[in-house]
Design a protein around this ligand. Structure first.
Ligand code: HEC
Ligand code: HEC
Length: 367
């Protein structure tokens, strides 16, 4: 289908000997598809998305995932009984919410641009795609595990604003939930506890895997999975140093940098510095994943940049390698077309055991 362009060959030559950036293990490619054809050119070692990490005390099981999904979409978790995790982490919006800053309790309108309300979060909502392999969590890395993380939005008055023990009491009074908790935690009596609610939500979040993007098919040996432009963009992404931070195969890293993103006016935010109190961490934020990034705008911890193209331009301006407009377009093509795989988006339940209405999603023009 597609002959390797001179550019790609040149790119390969230029990159030979500069391995070690991003992907560590040189596990070889072609393992997935059983393809015998020559591996398509990559600017880094071929590596598949790793299996979801899970803690020893909370192995993932289907009953936990099923329960966690219902909890994730159930507004019983919020003080106004109208906000759920899904309000700010929606499958329609790249497991984020399409807003610069999220709007929690007492908000008006469905998830997406147009939702208004008095309670704004301080930062842009993070995508939950591939969150199983992410730690520490949050833009500033202040939570270690998914289980721990659950309590943060739950207690935060602007997000869900509930006392976890009260939530467990409410859940324990709903027969549908009691049955589901018993199925998920058969050895526990009572099964409905705050800890088990945390575990079920975490298990559900670990099921949000995105590893079937065109890029992944390409890595597995299907050289036609990426267009010439996307391949060009991928090599530029490596040459410009992007992959050093947004490291394949997850296109992120658990490190923190100050990328010169202008703060939200009137909002003090020291990022990682608030957690470590180190001077070097002041104004530094975690390197976000670029998988499914086209769905999860607006961008940066402030959500101030609406389009992926503008976000890439802003980042490209910081690269030591000068990038032309065409180069930037190619990088955008790689991210936009190459890293997209929402195939395992969760199904929004039509109803949840509390009987409360499941929060709505705004209409999104399909792409
Ligand atoms: C009102 C909006 C809102 C609600 C409700 C909400 N979140 Fe979030 N979530 C956010 C924002 C904003 C961030 C980023 C905050 C930060 O980094 O300081 C975030 C971050 C996260 C992260 C960290 C992801 C990462 O890559 O580090 C996880 C996990 C998460 N939320 C899960 C949940 C779960 C589970 C619930 C329900 C119990 C929930 N959220 C409810 C807005 C919300
Ligand atoms: C030194 C590490 C580093 C390098 C190199 C780097 N980035 Fe980033 N990138 C980050 C960090 C950190 C953020 C988040 C910054 C913030 O919000 O304050 C980010 C944010 C982004 C975002 C927004 C994602 C989102 O979900 O909000 C995009 C898109 C992006 N980078 C693309 C690129 C591209 C393209 C390159 C190469 C030209 C690049 N980055 C180079 C660290 C890096």
């Amino acid at each position: 289908m597609r002959a390797p362009s001179a550019f790609v060959l040149l790119g390969l030559a230029a990159l030979a000997g500069c391995g070690g950036e991003g992907a560590g293990s040189a596990s070889g490619s072609g393992g997935a598809g059983g393809s015998t054809s020559e591996a398509p050119p990559l600017p880094w070692a071929a590596e598949k998305v790793p299996a979801a990490r899970e803690p020893a005390d909370n192995p993932t099981t289907q009953p936990k995932v099923d329960l966690g999904r219902l909890l994730f979409y159930d507004p019983i978790l919020s003080s106004d009984r109208a906000v759920a995790c899904a309000t700010c982490h929606s499958e329609e919006w790249g497991m984020s919410d399409g807003l610069p800053l999220s709007i929690g309790t007492l908000g008006v309108g469905p998830t997406g641009p147009g939702r208004t309300g008095p309670n704004l979060t301080r930062r842009n909502s993070l995508t939950l795609w591939n969150v199983a392999n992410r730690s520490p969590l949050f833009w500033d890395g202040r939570a270690a595990t998914l289980e721990d993380q659950v309590l943060a939005p739950l207690k935060e008055p602007k997000e869900l604003g509930r006392d976890p023990d009260e939530v467990a009491k409410d859940l324990g009074a709903i027969p549908g939930y009691v049955t589901l908790f018993q199925a998920a935690f058969p050895k526990d009596s009572p099964a409905v506890t705050v800890t088990n609610m945390q575990r079920a939500l975490a298990a559900f979040e670990r099921s949000l895997i995105s590893d079937r993007a065109p890029y992944d098919h390409y890595v597995a040996g299907d050289s036609g999975a990426l267009s010439d432009d996307a391949v060009k963009g991928m090599f530029l992404f490596a040459e410009a140093g992007c992959a050093g931070c947004h490291a394949p195969p997850l296109f992120e890293s658990m490190r923190f940098f100050d990328r010169g993103v202008a703060p939200v006016p009137g909002v003090a935010d020291d990022g990682r510095g608030e957690v470590t109190h180190e001077r070097l961490d002041q104004g530094a934020f975690r390197v976000p994943t670029l998988r499914n990034v086209r769905e999860s705008g607006p961008y940066f911890h402030t959500g101030a940049v609406a389009s992926l193209e503008d976000a890439v331009k802003q980042e490209a301006a910081r690269s030591p390698k000068p990038l032309s407009d065409d180069d930037i377009t190619a990088i955008v093509t790689f991210l936009d077309k190459g890293l997209i795989d929402p195939s395992r988006s969760p199904d929004r339940p039509a109803q949840v055991p509390s009987g409360l209405p499941v929060p709505l999603d705004g209409f999104r023009i399909p792409r």
